[in-house]
Design a protein. Structure first.
Length: 310
């Protein structure tokens, strides 16, 4: 008979279950795609997603709706960053979302080298001023590329170090994260520019976005998707189908953005219809790579979390 967890094990389990609730309530697409992962990877992704989502909600979600001024939100975000670094170093936080994130960070081997750029980009959104090219690259790195690298740490947990393979996978993770961010720039144009006053595209006035501007931006993000797609077949089986599903979903979004007139992006948020989304996920779930990964499936060192949602 399995004994119920107590002490820190019970706290770990409770923290993770809280993060799993965040992903289930906030992101249908990410949540469904993550279910194609093995249980250890899926648990890590939930822990990562929850902290990223909470930080984003501080910047321009419920915190703003609750009436917190930008300076108050900045202070709250900075406190969250300090608590996150402290928890990664110590292995404990009284904030359940931070505790779950820190546990995954410690298990998969990353720290401030990835969290600090993320929080820097979150703070950047509290100052809605125009970006130049260098600032935009730095922002995308922190807001999206490092999140891709965090996920990659979860995907590759337990694998032996392989410098060439790791460099390929890191390049793919960065470009996939960048593609996701660039798709969302265009999808969220109405809210980012119309409601929040953000102008992410250097030299482009969102109110005057032309078809040529839109296509140039889409060509750039499609290059990111192509680079990311080159390594999907190499990934461990515990995550490969989920990454393929996410790649397919954002490729479909890119295609829909191409078919949507630039003038409509200020009033319309482009979506993939649910039936097509489910078809893409089902196709990824049933797929088998023609080039199976040569890397062994990692044996996760993570302690199972009894009672976690299936």
């Amino acid at each position: 008979m399995t004994r119920a967890p107590t002490g820190l094990a019970l706290y770990d389990r409770t923290a993770h279950l809280g993060s799993a609730q965040v992903i289930s309530h906030y992101s249908t697409s990410f949540g469904l795609a993550s279910r194609l992962c093995s249980r250890p990877v899926r648990d890590h992704l939930a822990d990562l997603y929850a902290l990223v989502r909470i930080a984003d909600e501080i910047v321009d979600g419920p915190a703003e709706e609750a009436g917190l001024a930008p300076d108050e939100r900045r202070a709250m975000l900075e406190a969250l960053e300090v608590e996150t670094e402290r928890a990664i170093a110590s292995g404990y936080s009284s904030n359940l979302v931070v505790h779950a994130f820190a546990r995954t960070a410690r298990d998969t081997g990353f720290g401030p080298e990835l969290t600090r750029p993320f929080f820097a980009s979150m703070r950047r959104d509290l100052d809605p001023v125009d970006f130049d090219e260098a600032e935009l690259r730095e922002y995308i790195h922190g807001s999206a590329e490092v999140v891709g690298l965090m996920c990659l740490r979860a995907f590759s947990e337990g694998l032996p170090v392989d410098a060439r393979r790791d460099a390929r996978w890191q390049r793919g993770a960065r470009h996939l994260g960048a593609a996701f961010q660039k798709v969302n720039f265009l999808r969220d144009l109405a809210d980012d520019y119309g409601s929040l006053g953000r102008r992410y595209f250097p030299g482009i006035d969102p109110a005057l976005l032309t078809e040529a501007d839109k296509l140039r931006l889409l060509d750039d993000l499609d290059r990111d998707l192509a680079i990311a797609g080159e390594v999907i077949a190499e990934l461990p089986s515990g995550c490969r189908r989920a990454v393929a599903a996410a790649h397919a979903l954002f490729s479909a979004l890119s295609s829909r953005l191409r078919r949507t007139p630039a003038s409509e992006l200020l009033t319309t948020r482009v979506r993939v219809p649910t039936p097509q989304k489910l078809m893409l996920l089902a196709r990824a779930a049933g797929s088998r790579s023609r080039h199976p990964s040569t890397a062994p499936e990692p044996a996760s060192a993570r302690t199972p979390l009894p009672g976690a949602p299936a």
